[in-house]
Design a binder for this molecule. Sequence first.
Ligand code: ARG
Length: 481
Amino acid sequence: MTGERRDEAPPAGPGAAPGEALWAGRFAAAPAPEAHALGRSLHYDVRLAAYDVLAGIAHVGALEAAGLLDAQDAVRLAEALRAVGAAIADGTFIVDDADEDVHSAIERGVTGVVGDLGARLHAGRSRNDLVVTDVRLWALEAVRRIDGLTTMLIRTLVDRAREHAETVVPGTTHARLAQPVTLGHHLLAHAWALVRDLERLGEWSVRTDVSALGAGALGTSTLGLDPAATAGRLGMRTAFDNSIDAVSDRDFALEFLGHATILAMHLSRLAADLARFTDEALGWAELDEGYATGSSMMPQKRNPDTAELARGKAARVVASHVRLAGLLQGLPLGYHRDLQEDKEPLFDAADTLELVLPALIGAVATVRFDLEAMRRAAEAEGLYATDLAEALVASGVPFREAHRRTGLLLKELAAAKRTLRDLTPEEWSSFGVPDGAALLDPDHAVRARSAAGGPSPGSVRAQANTLQRILSERRTGAPTL
Ligand code: ARG
C-alpha cells in the first residue's frame, strides 16, 4: 500500500515553512503519512532539546567565527535558540506535524522567532553531526546523575557495614552454610562491585566527551568552521578525529549500555540478597514497611516487591544493550537512519537505573537486621568444620588428611546424634585440637580471619575507610580510580 500523499509541498522559502520538511526543496511531494509516521522521532527525542539548543549555540559561534554571521545576528540566533528551548521545556512550544525530530522542530521554531535569519543556522552542519553530539551530551548528564545515585548507594552500604562490622552471619556458598562472616563484610562486597561501576562510568565519560559538530553530514564543510573551537564552546573535552567516524560512531552508546547492564546486574544481586535475607525462612532481616508491600488476599503478607522489581528491572537494561548491539552490527560506516533507533534503549536504560537506585538506597538504609537470628544461625556447627581442619593444619597435619579427619568426626557425631558441641576435652585432644571447643564461636571465627580483605571487624572498618576515601577523592577529582 502506498498510502495517500499529502498536499504538494509548498514552494521553498528562506526556511522550512510550516508543514514542510527541512529537506523539502528537492521534493515535489510531501512524505506518505505512514512513511512520516515511521520516521518521526519527536515524541521521544524531544528529550534532547536542551542539548540541541546548546549545540546550536556552539554552532552559531562557529558560524560567527568563520565570518558567516555578524555579531548581532549571532546573538539573535542564540537568543532564539534559547527561547525555543525554554518553550519546549515549559510546554508552550507548538509542534508542527511536519517536524520529524527535535532538530527539525527547533530549527523551525528558531525561524518562527527570527524569521529569515533562522535559515542561516544550519550552514555547515547536518542532523548527523548534531544528533550524535546531542546524544553524547545527554548521556554524559544522565551518567552524572547515575554516578551520583550509585555513590549514594555505596555510602549507604558503607554506613550499614560500619554499623555491622562485628555482626556475625553465616556466609554461604551454593546458598548453603559455609563459614561465618560479618554482615559488614557481606554488605561491602556489594559496595566494591558498585565502585567498579563508577570506575567504568568515569572512564566512559572521558571517551564520550567528544563533539561531532563540524563533521557535517560526513565530510565536514567548505565553510572554514573549526570543530575544536566548537567543542570548546560546548564545554566538551575535544572534537572528533575523523568526520566519518564522528557521524557513524555509537560506541559510546553501546558502551554505556554495557556498563549500565553490569550496574543493573549488580543492583539485581543486591536486591536478591535483600529478598533472601528478609525471607521468613531465614528471618535475618525485615524490610521497612515503606519498601515492603502487602497482599491483596493474604492479610499477613509483607512482600519484598521493591527488591524483586529491582531484580527484575535488570532485564530491561540487558535488553537495551542487546537491542543496540543488534542495531549496530553490520551497518556500513556513515550515517544511516537505522541510527535513529539508538535513543530509546539509552533512555530506557538510564530511566530504569534512575528508578531502581533510589528505591534500593531507601531499602538498604532502612532494612532492620535481626542480630539474634543471624547469630543463632552463625552458631551452626558445620560452619566451623573448615576452622577445625585448619587447626589441624596449623599443628602440622597435611590439609587433605585434616579435611578427611574432620569429615570423619562429623560423620561419627551425626551417626551418634551428637554435635561438635558435645565433645569432651579428652575427645578434642584425641582429635588433635585440644582447644577445639573455643573455636566453635562466631566472634572468634571472624576475628581469626584477619587477612586484609577478609571478614574480620578490623578488615571491615579498613575497607569502609578505603571506600570512603575513594568516594571523596572522586568528588574532588583526585585520580584514585
Ligand atoms: N532523527 C535523526 C536521528 O535520530 C536525526 C538525523 C537525521 N539525519 C538524516 N540524514 N536523516 O538519527
